[in-house]
Design a protein around this ligand. Structure first.
Ligand code: FAD
Length: 508
């Protein structure tokens, strides 16, 4: 599928064909992180205009370190399949540099307009503006829309027109000033996909690039089957996203404020991958949550839930206004932080073998399901950057590869927050203690027993810190530390003190 630009250039001259009668009203609808039919303004606008040709391009060639990770690719495969099904297999699926591909495709198909919904990764912003110029130079109309944020990053600014650096005023003042998010729209009233000509594009028959064959050619699924638990856990796609939202509103929202802290409770929405891939829009989530809370008198729960959607907006605002957020600490002084380099410790963390059950449960949940509960993300993150003193980049990269909801804005913002170097970060001296967090938020160890089954026979009292269990308790449970479950990779007290000393050296 992927073509080198040089080959593309030589083919370009052969690809021009004369527009037919349908084409003057035809729009190319370029799907990106908006893999849905409802509340999709680009699709809506194109359908109102005439025929459409839907296209998806696996286009992260310019993303450098931020090409999609393994778990995201897995999700994308299934998400594209459901989108393609809902488009009667008319979705054209390509791979390569969109800047090279789209102008050629638009010309070959003789379309009048190309539409898309905006993305906010810095490399995409740059590429999209180049693409817009290239298409306009060919006399093609280009229109872009907002489908994935409640408010555009340039809409929520302080009174002096500078971006917010702190969440609470961003959300409570700035977003409020920007007004209630618009109501979502439904699916287009009618959708006419244009039949593609029996022609070749980049060495393939166009028809072979449509539907399941086109998706299979992207090779998004793993060659070794590490995805069995992911398949049991998730059902990607627009319909599944709506079902998940309804279930959450019926059974999870009523105790969201408190329950969202407990990893074994069903009080979080698990909508993050659907939101990332745009199988559901934040406007749909916002307005359906408001309607449901109103009907059930759940104001406080709603306020907390909406503010989490606000964190997502804040992350996008930070990324938009700080394009090097994934790499550079917002607080400059952290550029000189004395990180340690310990490959073994990093590996123990990645594999869920640190000897701290809550950390290990979280890291295994991530590996097996592509998701980790938010409280546990904070605990494992703090453990990595503070107790193990590994650079937050390591955590950011591992999450990027393993999360089905890996999102450049939310992941970079959250890792900077955990490391204490972000805009509105947790202060560096706040070190989460994985044992007390575990005793507080997984008291009966349901979460730990699920993901660290080798500890299941330990009584609740000792399961949070097996290294502190008396010898006879371990013996009765049939557990030998170092054989069945690791000894702690680090001592909590001394590593905390070392981290604080490292931080002090920075401010001195
Ligand atoms: P819910 O509690 O149901 O929240 C609803 C929605 O609000 C979420 O789906 C999400 O879109 C948004 N949201 C909630 N909390 C946050 C937050 N702190 N920051 C931004 N948006 C939020 N979230 C991602 O979507 N992608 C990431 O790559 C990501 N990386 C993270 C890395 C670390 C170290 C940490 C601490 C957090 C990260 N988060 C990330 C934020 C958060 O953990 C997840 O959004 C949340 O756990 C998703 O679960 P949920 O859908 O059940 O959340």
């Amino acid at each position: 599928h992927v073509e080198k630009p040089s080959e593309l250039h030589t083919k370009r001259s052969l690809l021009i064909n004369s527009p037919n009668s349908e084409s003057s009203a035809t729009s190319l609808v370029w799907f990106r992180q908006d893999l849905r039919l409802s509340d999709n303004p680009a699709l809506q606008a194109a359908c109102q205009q005439g025929h459409i040709i839907p296209v998806y391009i696996l286009d992260d060639v310019h993303a450098a370190d931020w090409r999609m990770g393994g778990a995201s690719r897995w999700w994308l495969h299934h998400s594209l399949q459901t989108l393609s099904d809902s488009l009667n297999h008319k979705l054209l699926v390509l791979s390569g540099d969109a800047l090279e591909i789209l102008p050629v495709l638009a010309r070959q198909l003789g379309v009048a307009q190309v539409v898309w919904n905006r993305c906010y990764e810095p490399w995409r912003i740059k590429r999209d503006s180049q693409l817009k110029t290239a298409l306009q130079d060919q006399g093609i109309t280009v229109r872009s829309f907002n489908a994935s944020l409640l408010w555009e990053p340039w809409q929520v600014l302080k009174e002096d027109n500078t971006p917010y650096k702190v969440f609470t005023p961003f959300y409570r003042k700035g977003c409020k000033r920007a007004g209630e998010p618009p109501q979502p729209s439904g699916k287009p009233a009618s959708m006419n996909c244009r039949t593609l000509p029996d022609e070749e594009f980049l060495g393939h028959r166009l028809a072979d690039l449509q539907g399941p064959d086109g998706i299979a050619a992207l090779s998004l699924l793993p060659s070794i089957p590490w995805d069995s638990t992911m398949r049991e856990t998730w059902q990607p796609g627009e319909d599944a996203a709506q079902t998940r939202l309804s279930e959450f509103l019926e059974t999870g929202l009523d105790d969201y404020k408190e329950g969202r802290n407990f990893p074994a409770r069903p009080n979080v929405s698990r909508l993050s991958p659907y939101l990332h891939f745009g199988e559901i829009s934040p406007r749909q989530v916002w307005h359906q949550a408001c309607a449901s809370a109103l009907a059930q008198n759940q104001d406080k729960q709603l306020d907390t839930f909406l503010s989490e959607l606000g964190w997502r907006e804040f992350s996008y605002s930070l990324l938009y206004h700080n394009p090097d957020l994934p790499e550079q600490p917002i607080q400059q002084k952290f550029a000189n932080f004395p990180w340690q380099q310990d490959k073994e410790a990093l590996r123990a963390w990645q594999r869920g073998q640190t000897g701290y059950p809550l950390v290990d449960a979280g890291m295994r949940e991530l590996w097996q399901t592509g998701y980790m509960h938010n409280r546990v993300r904070m605990v494992v993150g703090s453990f990595l950057v503070k107790n193990l003193r590994q650079h937050w980049h390591h955590g950011e990269a591992w999450f990027w590869d393993c999360l089905v909801d890996a999102d450049l804005a939310s992941n970079s913002t959250s890792w900077q927050w955990i490391a204490g170097c972000g805009a509105d970060a947790a202060p560096y001296f706040r070190v989460f203690n994985p044992v007390t967090q575990s005793e507080k938020f997984d008291r009966q160890a349901e979460y730990i027993r699920r993901f660290v089954p080798e500890l299941a026979t330990l009584p609740d009292k000792y399961i949070h810190a097996p290294f502190a269990a008396p010898a006879n308790v371990l013996q009765q449970a049939g557990i030998v530390l170092g054989r069945d479950y690791p000894e702690p990779v680090v001592d909590l007290k001394t590593s905390r003190e070392d981290a604080l000393a490292a931080f002090k050296s920075l401010s001195a």
